[in-house]
Ligand binder design. Structure first.
Ligand SMILES: [Zn+2]
Length: 413
């Protein structure tokens, strides 16, 4: 157990926060620090064809050890962490034999990881948890995934009696800012299919995700001295707030779950002359996704119709950009890749939890680039914040899942 803990800690103590405001890939220079370390480590454990390109995409091969033809499979994780919470100076704490009670993350600041709020904790009673010290995120998303893949490869190399086909490993930068798959060379990777090890709790297996788009609506105003503004002023901030009030009240992230889609206002900036509203649109159903985009266009055109009479021109401009699509469409035609993962979990005593992702993964973009890529648990909880934690036993199980998938794929039919 110490080996996997040490490996994980050696990754999370390197800050790899990505930066959405950067145009480069990787978006932050510091991601190279871990990338270089990973390349060295992949070589050290005996992986072949270890490469890193100018954008820090890492690939490596574990050659097949069987004679017969076996599909090439891949395992993928991202080494950046989210810009939503600091990932600098991570000081992991190890809680052995967790007793099911409150965990004091930070006594000084009174930051407590409590099972009365985070009920999932209770299923890990008796296990070893790795937590933060309450001041940073942990980075189990997705350094747990990387730990598991490297450890599984090392295990397969050390245990050649376990038969497997060619396995490709891919580590990417910038997943957290939605660009992890952008410069991923699917052809060079050369796998028939792959799995991202980027899910949360043990058992998760996902092949459906949201269809996603981002919208930016700009409202134009007219500033006039407020004492003489009657019939002349347009306060664009009031237009923006009116627009928000017309969005369906129950279709927001905090009121939806499962397959329910939403609109989510992510930002407002405003002055009298100009205000912008940013929002994201999410839906698993392609049809409802289209309907949501149509709804926004309609709403804006109603605004414009209403105010055109008064002010002459368009006061609202909407821009919608698709971000990613539901991978289900690409995975269903090759559904055996989900079945293999499901079987692997069952064979090592894990109950698969198959549910739609309320988000996207690198895998959904890769699926649309021709590499079908369901998502498997990496074991962590409470991603993107100070309450993030990972049970070591879940990481160990993820290693076993990878090994078992490799084995099952190489089985002679
Ligand atoms: Zn992730």
């Amino acid at each position: 157990m110490q080996h996997i803990i040490d490996r994980f800690i050696s990754y999370v103590t390197i800050d790899t926060e990505s930066d959405p405001n950067s145009e480069t890939t990787p978006s932050s220079k510091k991601q190279w620090d871990l990338a270089h370390k990973l390349v060295a480590e992949l070589k050290a454990i005996g992986m072949k064809e270890v490469t890193i390109d100018e954008n820090a995409y890492i690939m490596a091969t574990l050659p097949s050890n069987v004679e017969h033809e076996v599909p090439v499979i891949g395992f993928i994780s991202h080494f950046d962490t989210t810009p939503d919470f600091t990932g600098a100076n991570v000081k992991p704490q190890i809680i052995e034999n967790y007793d099911g009670k409150d965990i004091v993350l930070n006594a000084e600041q009174n930051i407590i990881l409590s099972p009365s709020y985070f009920k999932d904790l209770l299923q890990y009673k008796g296990q070893t948890l790795i937590t933060t010290d309450g001041t940073t995120l942990l980075g189990a998303d997705d350094k747990a995934g990387i730990t598991e893949i490297v450890t599984a490869m090392e295990f397969l190399i050390k245990n050649p009696e376990i038969k497997h086909g060619k396995i490709r490993v891919g580590f990417t930068p910038d997943e957290e800012i939605g660009r992890g798959a952008h410069l991923f060379d699917v052809e060079k990777f050369g796998a028939d299919w792959a799995y991202t090890m980027d899910g949360s709790q043990i058992g998760e297996l996902e092949y459906e995700n949201f269809n996603a788009a981002g919208a930016k609506i700009t409202f134009k105003g007219k500033s006039v001295h407020p004492g003489y503004a009657k019939g002349k002023m347009i306060n664009s901030m009031l237009l923006a707030s009116k627009f928000i009030s017309k969005l369906p009240k129950d279709e927001i992230p905090e009121a939806t779950k499962g397959y329910e889609g939403f609109f989510h206002v992510t930002g407002i900036t405003g002055s009298i002359e100009e205000s912008t509203v940013s929002l994201i649109i999410r839906d698993h159903s392609k049809k409802l996704f289209k309907k949501r985009k149509y709804f926004l266009h309609e709403l804006i055109s109603k605004f414009n119709k209403k105010y055109r009479k008064q002010f002459g021109d368009e006061i609202a401009i909407i821009e919608i950009k698709d971000q990613y699509y539901n991978m289900k469409e690409k995975v269903e035609p090759v559904f055996h890749i989900v079945k293999i993962a499901e079987k692997a979990m069952k064979e090592i005593g894990i109950k698969p939890i198959i549910k739609p992702i309320r988000g996207g993964t690198d895998g959904c973009q890769l699926s649309y680039k021709g590499l079908p890529c369901p998502n498997i648990f990496a074991g962590g909880h409470n991603f993107h914040g100070k309450y993030e934690y990972v049970p070591v036993e879940s990481m160990q199980k993820a290693v076993e899942v990878i090994v078992k998938i490799a084995e099952l794929t190489a089985e002679k039919k």
